[in-house]
Ligand binder design. Structure first.
Ligand code: SF4
Length: 180
C-alpha cells in the first residue's frame, strides 16, 4: 500500500468536507494575495511567526512548497445564522483549526517534516514570542496560505474543490505539503 492510500484511510475517519491530492507545481502563487497581507487586511501582518514578513518572501515560500513531493488541499464548511454572524465565523475557524491539527497528526505519522498551511495567523499563544524569541510551539504553528501568497480562490476550481458552499456558509481551506 503506498503512502497516499494509507493516509486516505486515516483521513476517512475525519470530518473533512472535500480534499484533493496534487503536485506542488500546481500551487498558484500570486503577488496580489501577498499584497493583501502586506496591506494588513486581517491585522496579523508582522505580529507572529506564521505571517509575513516572518515566513519569508513569496519566492522563499514557493521554494519551500516545491521542495516537497506532494500536496493536499482540504476544506470544511460550516453553516452560520447569516453572513454577519461574526461569532459563527470565529467558531467555524476554531473548528477548522482543530481539524487541521488532526490532519497534521495523520500526515506527520508518515512524514514528520510535513508542512501544514492554514488560515490567517497563528493564535496558539496569548502573546506571540515574535519577534524577540523563537516560536514556542513550531509543531502547532501553521503559516497562512494567504501569507505564502497562495491563490486558493483560483486553485479550488482548478482542482474541482468547491470554493463556496452556499449562502450563509463559511468554507475554510488548509494545505499539507509532504514527501512520499
Ligand atoms: S505558536 Fe505561539 S510563538 Fe509560535 S507563532 Fe504561534 S503564537 Fe507565536
Amino acid at each position: 500500500m503506498n503512502k497516499q492510500t494509507e493516509i486516505e484511510k486515516d483521513l476517512a475517519q475525519l470530518p473533512i468536507l472535500e480534499y484533493v491530492f496534487f503536485k506542488p507545481e500546481e500551487i498558484i502563487f500570486a503577488k496580489e494575495v501577498r499584497d493583501l497581507c502586506e496591506g494588513n487586511g486581517c491585522g496579523m501582518y508582522n505580529t507572529n511567526w506564521a505571517c509575513p514578513p516572518a515566513v519569508g518572501s513569496i519566492e522563499t515560500c514557493r521554494e519551500k512548497c516545491q521542495a516537497y513531493d506532494k500536496a493536499m488541499l482540504f476544506t470544511t464548511a460550516t453553516e452560520m445564522a447569516s453572513s454577519f454572524d461574526m461569532k459563527g465565523w470565529m467558531d467555524a475557524r476554531v473548528e477548522h483549526e482543530a481539524l487541521t491539527d488532526q490532519v497534521a497528526d495523520v500526515f506527520r505519522r508518515y512524514d514528520k517534516n510535513a508542512l501544514i498551511l492554514s488560515t490567517e495567523g497563528c493564535t496558539v499563544c496569548k502573546k506571540c514570542a515574535y519577534p524577540d524569541a523563537p516560536c514556542r510551539f513550531p509543531e502547532c504553528m501553521y503559516p497562512a496560505t494567504e501569507g505564502y501568497g497562495i491563490m486558493v480562490m483560483q486553485m479550488a476550481p482548478a482542482l474541482n474543490i468547491s470554493y463556496n458552499n452556499g449562502a450563509n456558509t463559511v468554507t475554510y481551506f488548509s494545505m499539507v505539503l509532504f514527501n512520499e
